[in-house]
Design a binder for this molecule. Structure first.
Ligand code: SF4
Length: 976
């Protein structure tokens, strides 16, 4: 139809519509085949054939993205050629009729990295054969080896490391170290190495604290590792304060929920030093000086308390603000103060040291009363509850009182709330404005809005958690949401989503990983292990009450933190063997210079299990080819949704690769051939006979304590089924039931087949978590506290802001949340931040060409126009980022997105894409308050409590190195 004819027709059609109330389209003739007259049509089959497939199957990506998205891969002629989001998550509210459903569903779920995982499956990075190093470490020279040769070599080195006597023992299994990351992202992949470590006596290292994803304020305040909502609950919020989180870039599958919350009237306030893609979706962008977010929260708390906008009933019941504290020594008033400690019991085991007091104003005679729910109250005691009304308790929030202690001594006590008010007085909006750079009136406005909006929440990311004083920042953030009664309500709370930490099939996982039991396992906080064995020199002693090493020595001597091998500090023992799998230890290592320069030479053997030649593989001695995520069975979960779904082998294992589980099995077989045997004293005080002559069957046969049956776990799929069956969270008793592995979405299918199963929503949570899964409700934390009045596992039994451990109280004066700014020890002008980015998940996809095309194709450092101008730098200049710890080179991108004083590089660049490690300018800085132990809720536990490997306090400078000839000065100037 010619244009003139079309206009004429449209006019007539419109008239007809007006006249007859019919659709204009009704008058359009059906469009036939526009190429109907074309004589040769066979070429169209080329396009049809391009997208035809033989098979598709379900899988995911285990890359610590916290995404856990279910994908399908399409296969033709045995080749994976296309990936697509499966988009078949059932609705959370599937029981409701459509018109009553309120929550958007998770479909589709994925990101652009996952959409091109096949680049790694078939890419040049793929490890095809067992490799044995022949050149210097990191030089990149390896030779092909057979599996027998490679595993035999590893087995002989492991036995030789173990068979090394030292003055404290005749064997050294604690010199064999295992590092991997995140069970939830690939349960059995991770479990294989842990299981072998448990059987041979090796050391299992942490990752969540080392990566600095652990928010230490949560174990301190809540007695939990982390508990946050699934992302669908963001939709329920009315006010979202985003702090240090770049949701649009780093939470691609989930970010729609906060955007959609806006359409329901939620206000989004973005607090960050830099303008990010998330900022443009906020109602208010609040630029803040780096590392001062805690001060902002304390300033808002100042206004909320000062103007009486806090939730009085809530804080009396669910926080320690009414708890009594002695004014003579700052210690929490305990039962032992009245009746003395229990004879023969150490303080950390004495229930009298674990019962705290409230001042009851409701009794006939007001006075001190043991706080129901205190940690020292047995769980079968009726007082193990937060239901104060049941015991006629109405605690005072304010006031000072006199109590008579054992021996007749009278002391004055006051409430935590009184002490908190004194502390908050230092954080007036005007004072906070000076710290944060935020206008005082805005601080006050935000406080009033936050208090008025119900529910309100803080979403926190790595941006605020990666500071030296991350514990203080977290505690201030939690204070804000607790004062306003937002913890334990849908749409409210403090959500630190960073790290795929939630391990849902955890009972089965622990059994499978530690067949001899966790008490016999050597566990290690990786920050401390790396610090000690990389011989890191403390550069923060000048800001500590005493040298860091004296805190470390005391912590280890007291048994607060383990440090393997035993005798590291006194006998100078070193680790000898390091296994890395499902992680890229070297790439991520803070204090990179010391790790490569001092730790690496101490290791006789570094083994990497990998499908990709990453930085750790490149610097390893033996690289064992592992199957990719599309070639094996496993299970995937996350804390950002409540479903479990599988990895399945959509394609056969490529080249000579094997699944991680099978590699660990076969290594057990190689160790068995040595016939080695020894007696090993283990952490629980007992001894274990390590008999390698039966190691293969020890690995393959699992005697389940939970199920009371014996399982053959030599097969990957059967091992997945064991995990589901043995975990109460995934239907412990009903092996044939709806959560059978085959029903969590395993089945691949030919087109048109209807047997594809869906990801399954977990029916329940374990006791480790603070809420139940409810039908039709998005998961949010601390339901059990608010709905069932169940105490938390803190000393006070409630959200605890006052801590009286001697180091915290006396050495650091951090008994309550306070603001302490970044540790600016490095005398350089620019703060060095290395956030998560859009084009990689940590180091994964850092070297993938389709992602590189989106980001200038090589490592970039970002700088503000003013900072670039001050250094005479032009866009795309090759520059050196340096300080006294190290240096690294990159190309410059000048962007007004950054404020002055900040240099930013998205993290994770592989060592071989740089002239040094991207972490070279960082040092390992351990905060002593995170070394404490044997204090109520603060006890070492892998990935729950231990020092974090923070890195955002680093400062650097940048200098010109080279100008790219292809960039004209004029063009570059105009870019500036
Ligand atoms: Fe989802 Fe992670 Fe895969 Fe991206 S990489 S699609 S976030 S599972």
């Amino acid at each position: 139809m010619k244009r003139r004819e079309f206009l004429k027709f449209a006019t007539v059609a419109a008239g007809a519509v007006a006249a007859k109330d019919a659709l204009a389209f009704d008058y359009l003739a059906p469009v036939g085949d526009p190429l109907g007259h074309y004589p040769y049509r066979g070429w169209e089959d080329l396009y049809r054939a391009l997208w035809s497939f033989d098979w598709f199957g379900r899988t995911s990506h285990s890359v610590n993205c916290t995404g856990s998205c279910t994908w399908r891969g399409f296969v033709k002629n045995g080749i994976l050629f296309k990936e697509e989001q499966f988009a078949d998550y059932p609705e959370i509210e599937s029981n409701l009729p459509p018109e009553q459903r309120k929550l958007p569903v998770y479909n589709p779920r994925g990101c652009q990295k996952g959409a091109n995982h096949k680049e790694y499956v078939y890419g040049p990075q793929r490890v095809k054969y067992p490799l044995v190093r022949v050149g210097a470490r990191g030089q990149g020279f390896f030779r092909k080896a057979t599996w027998d040769e490679a595993l035999g070599l590893v087995a002989s080195k492991v036995v030789s490391a173990i068979d090394t006597p030292w003055s404290g023992g005749s064997h050294s299994p604690d010199a064999v170290t295992f590092f991997a990351a995140i069970p939830a992202k690939h349960h059995i992949t991770l479990s294989g190495g842990f299981r072998l470590a448990n059987l041979i006596g090796g050391v299992v290292c942490s990752f969540y604290d080392w990566y600095c994803d652990l928010p230490p304020g949560e174990p301190m305040t809540w007695g939990v590792q982390t508990d946050s909502c699934e992302s669908a609950d963001w939709f329920n919020s009315k006010y979202i304060l985003i702090m240090g989180a770049n949701l649009m870039e780093t939470r691609i599958p989930d970010s729609h929920y906060f955007v959609e919350a806006r359409y329901r009237g939620a206000k989004i306030v973005m607090v960050a030093p830099e303008y990010s893609p998330t900022s443009i979706h906020a109602d208010l962008f609040v630029p803040i000086k780096p590392g001062t977010d805690g001060a902002l929260c304390l300033g808002m708390a100042n206004v909320i308390v000062g103007e009486g906008r806090f939730d009085r009933a809530y804080v009396k019941q669910f926080t320690d603000l009414p708890m009594l504290v002695r004014t003579d020594n700052g210690k929490i008033l305990r039962e032992a103060d009245f009746v003395g400690p229990t004879p023969g019991l150490a303080p950390d085991a004495d229930p009298r040291m674990r019962k705290v007091y409230l001042w009851n104003t409701a009794g006939e005679v007001p006075g001190p009363v043991i706080a129901p729910g205190s940690l020292g109250i047995p769980h079968n005691d009726p007082r193990w509850t937060l239901d104060l009304a049941r015991f006629g308790i109405d605690p005072a929030l304010e006031g000072s009182f006199t109590v008579t202690l054992q021996g007749g001594k009278e002391v004055t006590v006051t409430t935590v709330f009184e002490l908190m008010k004194e502390k908050l007085a230092a954080y007036s909006p005007a004072a906070v404005s000076g710290i944060t750079g935020i206008d005082a009136s805005l601080v006050a406005d935000m406080a009033r809005e936050f208090a008025a909006a119900k529910p309100a929440r803080i979403i926190e990311g790595a941006g605020t958690n990666h500071y030296f004083h991350n514990d203080l920042i977290n505690r201030a953030q939690i204070l804000l949401v607790a004062l306003t009664g937002n913890v334990g309500t849908p749409g409210g709370g403090f959500d630190h989503y960073v790290g795929q930490e939630k391990l849902w099939a955890e009972h089965g996982f622990f059994e499978l990983s530690f067949p001899l039991g966790r008490p016999k396992q050597r566990f290690q906080n990786t920050t401390l292990w790396t610090y000690a064995h990389a011989d890191v020199k403390s550069d923060i002693d000048s800001i500590l009450p005493r040298p860091l090493m004296s805190y470390i020595r005391e912590s280890v001597a007291n048994g607060w933190m383990p440090l393997w091998p035993k005798g590291t500090l006194d006998n100078g023992r070193d680790p000898k063997v390091l296994f890395v799998w499902g992680a890229n230890y070297l790439n991520q290592a803070k204090g990179y210079q010391d790790v490569e320069g001092k730790l690496w030479p101490k290791l006789d053997l570094i083994v990497d299990l990998n499908f990709r030649m990453d930085s750790t593989a490149m610097y390893a001695d033996v690289v064992l080819p592992a199957g990719s995520h599309f070639e094996k069975f496993d299970l995937s979960t996350t804390d950002l949704h409540t479903y479990v779904h599988p990895f399945t082998p959509i394609i056969n294992l490529l080249h000579q690769s094997k699944s991680d589980w099978q590699i660990w099995r076969e290594l057990a077989g190689a160790l068995q051939q040595t016939g080695f045997k020894f007696t090993d004293p283990v952490p629980d005080g007992s001894t274990v006979t390590r008999d390698f002559s039966t190691l293969q069957s020890q690995f393959d046969t699992h005697h389940s304590r939970i199920l009371g049956t014996t399982w053959d776990v030599s097969d990957d799929r059967n091992t997945c089924q064991f995990l589901l069956s043995a975990s109460p969270e995934t239907d412990r008793f009903n092996i044939a039931g709806p959560h059978r592995f085959a029903n969590v979405g395993e089945m691949s299918s030919v087109p048109g087949d209807s047997i594809i199963k869906h990801p399954q929503r977990f029916p329940r949570t374990s006791e480790e978590w603070t809420s139940d899964i409810k039908e039709g409700v998005a998961y949010y934390g601390f339901q059990r506290m608010t709905e069932h009045k169940r105490p938390l596992l803190t000393l006070a039994g409630r959200q605890q802001f006052y801590l009286d451990h001697d180091w915290i109280l006396y050495d650091f004066k951090e008994q309550l949340p306070v603001h302490k700014g970044p540790v600016d020890i490095d005398q350089y002008p620019l703060r060095w931040i290395t956030p998560h980015g859009r084009w990689s998940i940590h180091s994964t996809w850092r070297d993938a060409k389709f992602q590189l095309r989106l980001q200038r194709g090589r490592p970039i450092v970002y700088l503000s126009p003013n900072e670039a101008r001050a250094r005479g730098l032009l866009d795309n200049d090759y520059v050196t980022i340096f300080n006294n710890h190290g240096r690294v080179d990159a190309h410059l991108c000048i962007t007004p997105r950054l404020p002055d004083g900040l240099a930013m590089m998205y993290h994770g660049w592989e060592r071989y894409t740089l002239n040094d490690g991207w972490q070279s300018p960082t040092n390992i800085r351990i905060k002593p308050t995170q070394l404490v132990g044997k204090y109520a809720q603060l006890n070492f536990r892998l990935n729950y409590w231990g020092p974090t490997g923070n890195q955002k306090d680093t400062r650097v400078d940048i200098r010109f190195k080279r100008r790219e000839s292809s960039v004209s000065s004029a063009a570059a100037s105009s870019a500036v």
